[in-house]
Each structure stands twice: as C-alpha cells, then as structure tokens.
Design a protein around this ligand. Sequence first.
Ligand code: NI
Length: 490
Amino acid sequence: MHKSRFVSGVALLALSASGCGMAAAAPERGLMVPAEPTLIDFVDPATVVGLSTETLTDDDPGSRYVHINYPEFAGATALNRALRAQAERQLKDFRDRTESADPVTPRPELNVDWQLAAASSKAVAVRLRTGEYLHESWGNSTRTYWYDPREGKAVDSTGLLAGEPALRRLAVLVKAELRDRGPQADRVTAEGDTFDSMAFNRDGDLVVEFDDCQLGPCSLGRLAVAVRAARVEPLLSPLGRRAQESVRESAGGAAADEVPHFTPTRSPDAVSNRAGSVDCARAKCVALTFDDGPGPDTGRLLDLLAKERARATFFVLGSNAAAQPALLRRMSEEGHLVGNHSWDHKDLSKQGSSKIADSLDRTKDVVSAVIGQTPTLVRPPYGAVSRQLRNVTRNMGSSLVNWDVDAKDRHGGTARDIAGRTVREARPGAIILMHDIRRETVDAVPDILKQLRGKGYSFVTVAELYGSAGMQAGRLYESGNGLPRRQPLT
Ligand code: NI
C-alpha cells in the first residue's frame, strides 16, 4: 500500500529547473545551446510527493563538526534503509579517522548534502555529495543510489549495469574517453568504488563521476565522463534501461503541466499570532529559534506553536527548504519568522567570501520564492563567525543571530532534559537555540511553553525582540538582554 502511494506520488513529477547553475529545462529543446555533456539535470525535490528530509549529527560536539542530510521517501523502504545505512557508515568512518586527534582549529568537518538525479515511477536516484574538511582542505566525493519503485529495490550505481562483464566494458569505454586528458585513464579499474556515482544526462548518455583525487591530482576539480547513449545501452540492466528512459522523458518535458500545487493546512488559531503585537521593551519576551529544518517533526511543531499562539524563528537550511516548501509557507502564514541557516550547514567561517555568498544567496532565493519575503536574519552554522561572513552579510543587508541560551538538543538528550534546561536558563530577552529536526525537541515544546508562560513570558520572533530599535546589517546579535528597557508609561 505504501509502495503504490509512492509510485502514484512520483507519477506527479515534472522536471523543473536544476540547481548549481546546471542547464535548465526549456520548453523548446531545439533552441537550446547544447549542455556540457557531463552535467546532470537535477529534479526539483519540491515536485516529489511524499519526500521529507533526515539529518544525522554527531553526539560528541567536542572535536568535529558533522551534518549529514539525506532524503526520505514515503513507502520506498529499501531506498530509505540504504541511505540511512550509508549516512551511519560515513559518520562512523569519519569518527574513527578523527577520534584520536588532538583538538585542532579549524575543526575537521563532515558535510553531506543530496540531489535527485531522477524521480519518476520508473526510477529514483539520490546523489549524495560529501564534503570532508581534514588537514585544512576540503575533499569532495559523490555517490549515487538508484531505486526501482516497481520492484521496491535499491541498488548502488553499478546496479544500472548488466553485471560484471558490462562493468568491465564500461571501464574500457571510460578509459578511452579519458585518454586524451592525461595519465588518470590508467587508474580506472572495474572494481571498488570507482563507479559508485553514475546518472544520465538529458540525452541519455551515462555520466560517470569521480571523487576528488580518485584518479589524479586533487587540483583537477570535478572529473566526470559522459559515455554516449548508443554505446552504453547494450551494457544496461533492466533498471538501467528504465532509468535512462525516465531521465530522457523528463528532459523532454513529459508531465510538465502536472506540477502539484501545495495547499498547506492551516490551523484556525494561527491567524491570531500576529507579529508586532508585543512590545518587548515592556513585556518579558523570549525568542525561541529552531535550526536545521524543516524536518519530519516540523509540521507537528507548527501545530503545537499555533495551539499555544506562540511565535518562533526558524533558521532553515536551503536544501531542506527547497524540498519541503509547504512547511516553509506554513511558517510564514502562521506568523513565524523564517531566517537563513545556509544551504547545507557547512561551517561558513572556513569559507571564502564567494562560497559564503553562494550558500546564503541560494537559500535566500529559495525562501523568497516560496514565501514572497526575503529573509534578513542569518544564523551561522555551528555559530561560527568570521570577518568575511560579517562582510558578506553586511553587503546582503542581513544581520547575524546567535543565541545566549542553548537547549543543547543537537547532541541528544530527552524531552525532559531539554525542557528543564531551557526553562531554567531562560531570562527576559533570551534567544534560545533549539533544533526542529529532533523529535525530542518538539516533544519538549509543550512543557517549555507552559512553564515559561506561567512565568509571564511572551514568545516572539528574533526581530520582534529588538522591536523599533531594529537590527543592523552585518552586526552579530546574541541576546536581547542588552537592550535599553523603557519604563512603563505612567
Ligand atoms: Ni545548525
């Protein structure tokens, strides 16, 4: 039953513009400039029904930064299981490799983000993109999982091929393609992880991607090869053929007029949560902030906040927001403030200005497109701030927001711990850090609201905390405590 729901869900797909500056779908293909053959047209995740996102972080916050994000599909159990297992493997492997090291600055970091290389009732492909920061440099790798909705089967990329002989033949074709580009061709072998990331371009050519430093010097950048459709066809497995067909059909604009329209459900109470109705210079206010979402429990959190007429600030990841626009729309419609928490949760203080701007701009564009309002508050991932980050946010007209009360929910803890700590540490003007990607956090919210309301607190957005004093671009805010408090009018 779940499976059919998923299949009918993906049948509603349409190909839409791709991220990362890759070739966008255009109505008349004859007019298009041919795309670079190794580029993949990614499917807009917002068009996939039944998709949500999961996050895995490290329980030990001490020595490293970890943020692993991957999609989850209603009913696609085998694919969900494969993605979860891969996330856990990568976390464990990274932990093992960084465990004994003395604390270093900047910290080692593991970041995994994802894209959809296909999504239809014929085939689904999730491309996991891993960034690892070790020894003061980034290494990037990709791995693509394929799913057959008909069979309910998940395979790694070699599952696109008809067995070992096809893999060996593909290795020969890839070597031939690479021969003119230098000595890296010699390092292609038909084994191991060499062929762990494969997908099709719009013409049905097979795009084989290699990790940084896998075949040659790390300075090469992205190395990928496109093997022409006609040459690769005889090598494909039945799933491989359906996958190729699916990507070609999407590129041809099949089902283009079937983009589902989201109709977010609204709580009737929500309308009374009007922003600006509390003057925090006089009232006791706290700003609850929820980071890293939207996630699987965000809808439930919105229900809880609406019921208690409490407003909050959501610092969303662009990658999650793009996949679940209906939740974003709910946040905005129900009186909450949506802020920018970067695209994929990489530590921005390690990045140069252009990468910082790219991560924040992409997220800003998604949020503005969905809610019709430009986010002006930025919460830096891990709270890490650099001079470049301040400059970029100043130029964007945005302020930086950290916190003065940490619910410490990112690294585990029961709902009871989270509620207890938050209530104990809250004070007038506090900015409270929480994460709506954690079930325990959302479980703690009713208790937090009840107890703090009992102490006379109002729940406002971060911008409301500063009220008419306003917030300045490029400045870092960590608490509303230092604000001049006005005497009540007599
Ligand atoms: Ni975060």
